[in-house]
Every structure is written in C-alpha cells, then in structure tokens.
Write a protein that binds this ligand. Structure first.
Ligand SMILES: Cc1cc2nc3c(=O)[nH]c(=O)nc-3n(C[C@H](O)[C@H](O)[C@H](O)COP(=O)(O)OP(=O)(O)OC[C@H]3O[C@@H](n4cnc5c(N)ncnc54)[C@H](O)[C@@H]3O)c2cc1C
Length: 505
C-alpha cells in the first residue's frame, strides 16, 4: 500500500459511500470494516427463514434528486428495488384518538393534519416554507460547519435570499415556531411533534432546531418520501460495495482498526489493523476518512498520537447520544390487521416512543404468510453498562417482556403468537457496530449543535476527516451519505481537485 493511499475506517453507509466515491475518482482506497458484514446500523442478520434489518428500516433520498438517487447515478449503480411508504408512518398518541397517518400525497397529509390538529395550519405552512428553503440549500452542497475559506466559499455559493431569511431562525426550536404561530397550547400537536422529532433528532420539540425539525417533519411527503427496500436494507451496502470493488477499491472485511498514529511533522498516518485471526497488519495512508462516531477517536488515537488535548476535550464534552433496545420478532401475518401500515409509532409511558416496522408480503424478509416485526425504543446507555452477566440477562428478559406486552396489547397477540423473538441492547449494538457504549443515531439536533454549529468533518489533524451520523447533516442513511459526499469534496479540494456530482441525471 502506498503512502498516498486513503484508508476509510468503517463500512456502514457513510464509510461505503465515501469509499465508493473516492475509488471512482481514481484514488487508491482501502476500506477497513471490523464486522464480517458491511452495513453497520443499516445492516441485516438472518435467523432461520427470517431476515431482520438491524437498525434502519426506512430509507429517505431515493426519489429523483434525493441523495441516494444522486450518488447512485453518479456511481453508475442501479437504484435498489423499493416501494414508497404511504403512509410513511402511522402515529398512535395513546390518548384514544385515531392514529395520525403521514400520507405521501401532500394534499392528503394537509387534510389529515387539519383534521387532527385544527388551527395549526400556520405552523405547518411555516415549516413548509423553511423546508423548501432548506432543501434547495442542501442540494447546492454547502459545507457545514465552516472551518476555512474554501468551506466558506461553498457555503456562500449555496445561499439564496430565502436562506438568509430562514437563517434568522437558526437559534429557534420547533417549540419556538409553535409559539410564533400561536399553537403552543395544542398539547396533542406537541405530543405528536415530540414523538416524531425524537426519532430523527434525538430531541423533543422544545430542543430540536427549527431549521432541522421543519425538514424532517416533511420527509414522508411528495416530492420527497420514505421508502421500503425490497429484499432487505443490506442491498444498499451491497450496491455501494459493488461500485467500490468495480473501481479497484481494496476491501478488508473482518478487520478492526486498533490504532491510528500521526507522527509529529509527518503527513503520513500509521494505522494498525487486526484481522479475524488476530494478525496485526500495519498500513500507511496520507488520509483517513473516519466514519465511526468521533467518540471512538479517543480510544483509537493514543494520547501521543497527534490529536491535541483541546480537541480530545471537545469530543469528551459532546452530549451523550442515546442507545437503543430493538426487539426482533416474527409471526404469522394473519395475526396482524389486514391493512396494517408498515411503520407505526406508539407513545408509551415508560419508553416514550416505540417505533415498529413490519415486513411486507413477499419482500423477502419472511416466508409467504409470515412477517417480521421490529420494534425499537431509545434508552440511556449508562443503564446498560457495568452490569454483571446475570443482571444483564435478567434486565434483558424484563425489557423484552415489556416490549412484547405493548405489542401483544396493540395487535391482540398471545405469547404463543411469536415464531421468533430476541432483543438487542446497547451492548449488542456496541458488539455489532463498534460504537462506544452502543450509542446510536448521532448527536442531538439542538440549535447549539446542528448544522453550522455542529461537529466538524475537518479535524485539527491534517488528513483526518470525519463523516457519519455525528457530522452534518446528521443521522439516517441519507444523512450519512450526504456527510460522506461532503468529506470527499473537502478531501479532494485539499489535493487540488473538485468533485461535482450533478443534482439530476
Ligand atoms: C434502531 C435504529 C433504527 C434506525 N432507523 C433508521 C431508519 O429507519 N432510517 C434511517 O435512515 N436511519 C435509521 N437509523 C439510523 C441509521 O441506521 C444510521 O444513522 C446510519 O446507518 C449510520 O451509518 P454510519 O455509516 O454513520 O455508521 P455505522 O452504521 O455505525 O457504521 C460504522 C461501521 O464501522 C464499523 N467499525 C466500528 N469500529 C470499527 C473499527 N475499529 N475498525 C473498523 N471498522 C469499525 C462498524 O462495524 C460499522 O459497520 C436507525 C438507527 C438505529 C440504531
């Protein structure tokens, strides 16, 4: 491996997207993935005749002009077979009222919200205006947060008058927008927003940046949309892998990066990797694209490895992201309502949000007549660390039962209805994805911390670049692909080249 080569650490969607783009641009790229399988939080696993999506179950950005669509076109790989979700989700507030359906058709969604939240139209039309302005802005590929003149030039190029107007709202929260539009007393609307925002921003309405929240609240509607992949989520990773290998990328799967060193006054990184047989491999690279959460740098770069104390401290001060409990179940489709939506979000007193994803008939996740059902909740990772094996097993049983009880009640199921069931915890996520403590979903999108105020893809170490769900624009397969594209543009610019990916094919 030459010292001019690039190492991408982590083969989730962020790392794969970055690696595929760099390989297409002719760089010598090695992608190092510790698991025996690619995909990370958007991977899958099999149990008998069932295929379960590990984390992500819905995909945004497959529509024309959406980020996956755009990148797949550029990489010259086919789009995965997918179906638009309509509704994108059905939200059950638990107050006895009928579920709120996030219809794909904007007019149907408008009618739905007018019925569900009378008097809130001003709030929604403000969100809509912000969203449209944001969408154009994001499509013009700004670099955020800005760290040098080139970043600034890219930001300025992306700004239009409408963005200057919405820019005034950059320190506002969604709750501020509610107050501005006179909707702050609508308890039911607030409950709905808290539930939905928690899914995308890790924060409730009172702490979600208005400019971020206004966009994620409208992801399900045309001309955007949420998609269900045929086969499984793994197809996204497989297609990106094909592109990477076609363009000469070097894939080290089942190889874990254990140390990254940047010697003083050297432009070269020394990277230690352990393979599945525990052999130590030493690699060198001019650049590292690091797609793990920034918190992982603290372990991988030793104190004398080149990262300043100030930078290490800034990582330590990052707010603690959530962990997740995910219940993976399988049952006969006859146990589910005939018109059951594929995605349901339920309010629960204990967990707050319970997000359910059900496979579709013949989508290859379960045999004909059967269905997989995945239900996830957010938890504090600290409550799952430092448990001895007995306490951990007991706690796992208790929480699996709690989630099952909610599901049994919701769908009128018996304990015997389940053909398969298991629970993953923050510990399982730590094992599967290597994310410290099992943190998932990136940093909360609070006004002090989203977009322009977020954690930068540039690091104080020249040649060390960050992407993934802690970097702008944030979590989700679409978000991390955008972050990977941004970092590849920055990296190429540092070598005097430009990456221009057309918005439409
Ligand atoms: C329960 C849950 C539900 C979700 N639902 C959705 C959804 O419906 N839609 C959506 O878009 N998003 C969803 N998300 C979020 C989405 O899955 C993530 O934001 C996204 O997949 C993160 O991708 P990533 O590449 O940044 O990180 P990861 O997927 O975490 O990838 C990091 C990769 O690095 C590898 N790695 C770790 N340590 C090392 C090491 N030392 N050396 C080498 N490799 C290493 C890991 O094995 C992993 O493959 C969900 C997440 C969770 C947890």
């Amino acid at each position: 491996m030459s010292e001019e080569s690039i190492i991408v650490v982590g083969g989730g969607i962020a790392g794969l997207t970055g690696a595929a783009l760099l390989a297409k641009e002719g760089y010598q790229v090695t992608l190092v993935e510790s698991h025996s399988q690619l995909g990370g939080c958007a991977g899958t696993f099999k149990r008998g005749s069932y295929t379960f999506d590990v984390g992500a179950t819905q995909v945004a950005g497959l529509e024309s002009g959406g980020i996956h669509h755009r990148l797949f076109n550029y990489l010259d790989i086919p789009l995965p077979d997918a179906q638009i979700l309509d509704p994108g989700c059905s939200v059950v507030l638990g107050d006895g009222s009928r579920p709120i359906n996030l219809w794909h058709d904007p007019f149907r969604w408008q009618k739905e919200r007018q019925e569900q939240f009378p008097g809130s139209e001003l709030f929604w039309s403000l969100c809509s205006k912000i969203h449209e302005s944001n969408w154009g802005f994001v499509g013009r590929d700004p670099i955020l947060p800005v760290r040098n003149f080139w970043d600034l030039s890219q930001l300025i190029k992306a700004i239009r008058p409408s963005n200057l107007l919405t820019g005034f709202l950059s320190k506002f929260t969604i709750a501020d927008l509610l107050a501005l539009t006179g909707c702050q007393k609508d308890r039911r609307l607030l409950n709905f927003l808290d539930l939905q925002l928690k899914l995308y921003s890790q924060e409730p309405a009172s702490r979600t940046a208005a400019l971020y929240g206004a966009t994620v609240l409208q992801m399900a509607q045309h001309p955007r949309g949420l998609w269900h992949l045929y086969g499984s989520m793994q197809i996204l990773s497989d297609l990106l892998k094909d592109s990477f290998l076609r363009d000469g990328g070097n894939l080290l799967i089942g190889h874990r990066v254990t140390k990254i060193l940047n010697k003083k006054n050297s432009n070269i990184f020394d990277v230690n990797v352990i393979d599945s047989r525990k052999n130590l491999i030493r690699l060198k690279a001019s650049d590292i694209v690091f797609s793990l959460p920034p918190q992982s740098l603290l372990d991988l770069i030793p104190i004398d490895g080149g990262l300043s104390t100030t930078y290490r401290e800034s990582i330590k001060k990052l707010p603690k992201p959530s962990g997740a409990l995910v219940f993976y179940g399988a049952l006969s489709r006859s146990n589910l309502p005939v018109d059951c939506p594929a995605h349901i979000q339920i309010f629960d007193e204990d967990f707050g949000s319970l997000f359910i994803s059900i496979s579709m008939e013949d989508d290859q996740r379960a045999p004909t007549g059967m269905a997989t059902l995945i239900a996830s909740v957010f938890v504090d990772i600290d409550q799952w660390s430092n448990l001895d094996s007995q306490s951990y097993a007991m706690k796992k049983n208790i929480f699996a039962k709690k989630i099952r009880t909610i599901l049994n009640k919701k769908f009128n199921l018996l304990e015997t209805s389940w053909d398969h069931q298991e629970l993953s915890t923050p510990r399982s996520f730590e094992r599967w994805t290597g994310r410290p403590g099992g943190i998932v979903g990136g940093l909360g999108q609070h006004p002090d911390q989203f977009g322009p105020f977020g954690f930068s893809s540039r690091t104080p170490l020249r040649g060390l670049w960050l992407c993934g769900d802690s970097i702008y624009p944030g979590e989700g397969t679409a978000g991390v692909s955008q972050s990977a594209m941004m970092v590849v543009r920055q990296l190429m610019e540092s070598k005097g080249r430009h990456l221009n990916i057309p918005l439409f094919n």
